[in-house]
Design a binder for this molecule. Structure first.
Ligand code: ADP
Length: 517
């Protein structure tokens, strides 16, 4: 055999057998499986395979020769690559496919098969050469990659769906909320507003979104104190909480609004946005005002006939005949006591409405504070024989303030200490001075107050829910006490533990300077 300049082989008849063996050895040395099929015989049988093909398929040459290539596919006969192969064989063309084949052991391998026809001088296909490589590892990696890709895509799709759903969910809350909401960018441009905002302020979306807040509706939001607060929200991260603004809007008139503004702290797209919630409290305030008016009128109206009744009862006891029965005398006396109680309740209600309208008057005079405490305790002790009220310490015998109001505070704290400690027998009052302040503590060992209620008991009409049905009261005593102490520049507070008792304390400045510090 001679290799020509163009790379082809030339055979001489003498050495044909030797050359043929040489070529066969070369084919057997290849690591690529090679077969030759005879296209002129029925069913295109394999007439040659090299040893790499034996290794690849696991069959011996003996078991291979004479078979059509399809035996490698076993039952896996529905691969679309078969059609490509069949068409190439029928039309005498070459083709490459990646097809699932099975070794003798039954193990699957991916076969990269290159089929190429051999054509004789008459243009007739006589044979096919099949070059086969085991690409299982590559194919497996490709399939795994594809699988991962599909799983990832599925996950992304799922996440997108969840995000879209939660976005829709949030948007529906945003639109349904009965409060006006605005989202601003860091330059106070309006990014979005909800339906409620549009309805309340009678504006359209086009007039709002994308505009600067302060330019909306001819500058109707250009309210200097609001501007100041909002401008501080981003740099200081201080939220605006329950800021009341009253403003006369061109189309809708005067509105009282409660504003809350927060910086949105998320990183990325939503960073540094400002969410403003606006609650229209115009109507609520009006209802509250009417309720206060009613309270004030009703208590005034009740007070007048009561004063007359009290006068009559006083007359009855003055003109009571000597020989009246003890029972009758007792009835008249009790009537007087109940009228006083009623009178006190009505006075408290009047106090509340006076506080509400800022009409509470202080008559400040100098008086002996400690003596006042002792006398108040005496009075309280006389009416409450079951409890012992003990005074410890001293505060001052010279204090400038409204004595009758401070008596009212003390009476209130003492009567609560007795009322809400029915099982205990002792109430303590500690008097002291701390720095420039006098301090009074009223200590009971009663039912105590839990933390949540402690925050609220100084609000008007607030009473602790569970046990209150069993104790008379209107929930205004502590509210009045707190206002009176505040009017004296002092502080009233409670320390308490549920089930163990309460200590109500107040401090009052001993001179004007302390109060102004
Ligand atoms: P009132 O006693 O008429 O309900 P107050 O304003 O004096 O009204 O008190 C408000 C609420 O605080 C009471 O209803 C009670 O629940 C609670 N409270 C006040 N003082 C005490 C106390 N010493 N111990 C336990 N609870 C108290």
């Amino acid at each position: 055999m001679e290799i020509l300049d163009n790379g082809e082989f030339s055979f001489s008849h003498d050495n044909l057998q030797r050359d043929f063996d040489l070529l066969r050895q070369a084919l057997d040395a290849s690591i690529t499986g090679i077969i030759i099929t005879d296209h002129q015989q029925p069913d295109n049988p394999i007439i040659y395979c090299n040893s790499a093909f034996e290794k690849l398929s696991g069959y011996t040459r003996k078991e291979i020769i004479g078979h059509n290539c399809r035996f490698l596919q076993r039952e896996d006969r529905n691969q679309k690559e078969r059609l490509i192969l069949r068409e190439a064989i029928q039309s005498g063309k070459d083709c490459v496919v990646e097809i699932r084949n099975y070794r003798k052991s039954g193990e699957l391998f991916w076969n990269e098969l290159y089929m190429s026809p051999i054509i004789d001088e008459n243009g007739k296909v006589t044979h096919f050469i099949g070059v086969q490589n085991d690409v299982t590892r590559r194919k497996k990696a490709e399939l795994e990659l594809l699988h991962h890709q599909q799983v990832m895509e599925q996950k992304i799709e799922e996440r997108t769906r969840v995000i879209r759903e939660s976005e829709e969910y949030l948007a529906s809350i945003y639109q349904t909320v009965r409060e006006s909401l605005i989202v601003l960018d860091p330059n106070f441009g309006v990014l979005s507003v909800n339906e409620h905002f549009l309805k309340t302020f009678k504006v359209s979306l086009g007039e709002t979104e994308g505009k600067k807040l302060y330019e909306l509706g001819n500058g109707q939001w250009d309210i200097p104190p609001l501007k100041q607060l909002l401008e501080d929200v981003l740099p200081t991260n201080n939220p605006v909480e329950n800021f009341e603004v009253e403003h006369d809007f061109p189309h809708i008139g005067k509105k009282l609004m409660l504003l809350n503004a927060h910086r949105i702290e998320l990183e990325g797209k939503y960073k540094d946005r400002i969410l403003i919630a606006i609650e229209d409290i115009t109507e609520r305030r009006e209802i509250e005002r009417r309720k206060d008016d009613f309270l004030s009128i009703a208590s005034h109206e009740l007070k007048t006939p009561l004063t007359t009744v009290k006068g009559y009862v006083q007359m009855m006891s003055r003109f009571m005949p000597e020989n009246s029965s003890d029972k009758f005398k007792g009835v008249v006396e009790k009537t007087g006591v109940y009228i006083d109680r009623l009178n006190n309740l009505i006075s408290e209600l009047l106090d509340v409405s006076r506080i509400q309208t800022g009409n509470i008057e202080l008559h400040k005079e100098q008086f002996d504070f400690d003596k006042m405490v002792h006398e108040t305790v005496e009075g309280m002790q006389a009416a409450n024989k079951d409890h012992q009220i003990i005074i410890k310490g001293k505060a001052t015998n010279s204090f400038v303030g409204d004595e009758s109001h401070l008596i009212q505070v003390l009476n209130n704290l003492l009567s609560n200490a007795i009322k809400y400690a029915p099982e205990s027998r002792e109430v303590l009052i500690y008097l002291s001075t701390v720095s420039n302040y006098l301090k009074v503590s009223v200590i009971d060992h009663g039912m105590g107050i839990n933390i949540e209620d402690q925050k609220r008991i100084f609000e008007r009409f607030y009473r602790v829910g569970d046990i209150q049905q069993h104790y008379p009261g209107m929930g205004i005593g502590l509210y009045i006490c707190d206002q009176i102490i505040k009017n004296h520049e002092g502080t009233l507070w409670v320390e308490s533990e549920k089930g163990r008792g309460s200590t109500f304390s107040f401090t009052l400045p001993l001179n004007e300077r302390a109060g102004n510090e």
